[in-house]
Write a protein that binds this ligand. Sequence first.
Ligand code: ZN
Ligand code: ZN
Length: 448
Amino acid sequence: MRHIFLAALLAAAVVTAPLVPAAAQPGHAPAELGQAVARDLPELMTLYRDLHAHPELSMQETRSAGLLAAEARRLGFTVTEHVGGTGVVAVLANGPGPVLLLRADMDALPVEEQTGLPFASNVHGTTREGLATAIMHACGHDTHMATWVGVARRMAAMRSQWHGTLVMVAQPGEETSQGAKAMLEDGLFTRFPHPTHAIAFHDSATLPAGMIGYSDGPALANVDSVDMLVRGVGGHGAAPNTTRDPIVLAARIVTSLQTLVSRELDPLDSAVVTVGSFQAGTKHNIIPAEARLLITVRSYTPEIRRQLLDGIARIARGEAIAAGVPEDRMPVVTVREAEATPATVNTQALTHQTMDRFRAHFGAQRVQLTRPVMAGEDFGRFRLASPGLESLIFWVGGVPQARWDAAQNGGPPLPSLHSPFWAPDAERVIATATEAMTVAALGVLQRR
Ligand SMILES: [Zn+2]
Ligand SMILES: [Zn+2]
């Protein structure tokens, strides 16, 4: 993420931000909602600390799912478990009207926690790839789950103030980009009411706690993983003339790939091509037969994604021809389509309507337009699976104010999401997000 440049601006704004502004939306009063959430907060924080101390890896979120399912059932939702693995779908039908999907993700990360929090995780587990690891909620999905429960409580309690159908989704496997796909393939849009709108939020490590950030249009990127096998002709390191050196060739390819974004893309478009791994050879004096490159490709539109992927294949082949590699030893370029994450795009009508409501509810100074990020998020799959779906993901700042202020004054740098040191001001995140998601939901479900 890269909206650090906003730091000073936001810091100035948030210090004076009122918790409860004066303006009201029809159907609910900001102060009342804030007070109701404040009453729920101690229990939500207990749940949060419990979830934080018991993190679960992607597609293994059985305990977390069970807690959320039980809570939704208690509130009167019709709950279905094991959707796409460990996913939970909780439906509250409340008359005719829009169908709103609210999503929280449940998975934690293979990270060893170093926050020093009294409820820090010391849980260990095994990834699906068989890797033994410590586990931590280093992306804040525990705040998302506690908020999911908070919103379910508010919407159940306020059901006389809205109409339509609420479909609350607790999604597994966001970090591995498997969960949304697995739930869709398991009938999320066919076995349950088909949503007209979908909303999610994510805690942010680049906004002070309690701030709301949003992007107008693309919010998160297309993420593609590309494997490249660069083939040459191996031989003795002292006789390069008898070989076609794949290391020199792969090095040229790496250099040429840098021109895809810098020379071929419209300068006003954004994209990333990063070679994250370059592996070849075993010994000083052997020219190997192969080199391997692992590349991550980020973009916001299908057209630019295609342009970059085609460009990578073209450059690989072109450099191999220039190096005199025989036709049957051309590079093998594999796009890992099954692991691709599509861009998450905020649709205009829902985004503008919701942000107007947030400004009225929280005060304009707590709502900031932020730049899109090049990270991936599989929430975008819901919109792609349902053309016409109105979709919005927004950020809720999580950086504790004291740490934020210190960082602005030359103090220690702020940890990012996925850092073993990421310790959000969970109380402020959950309170803000519960209010925000409820305001957003009421906005959709009050429409005629
Ligand atoms: Zn994450
Ligand atoms: Zn996340």
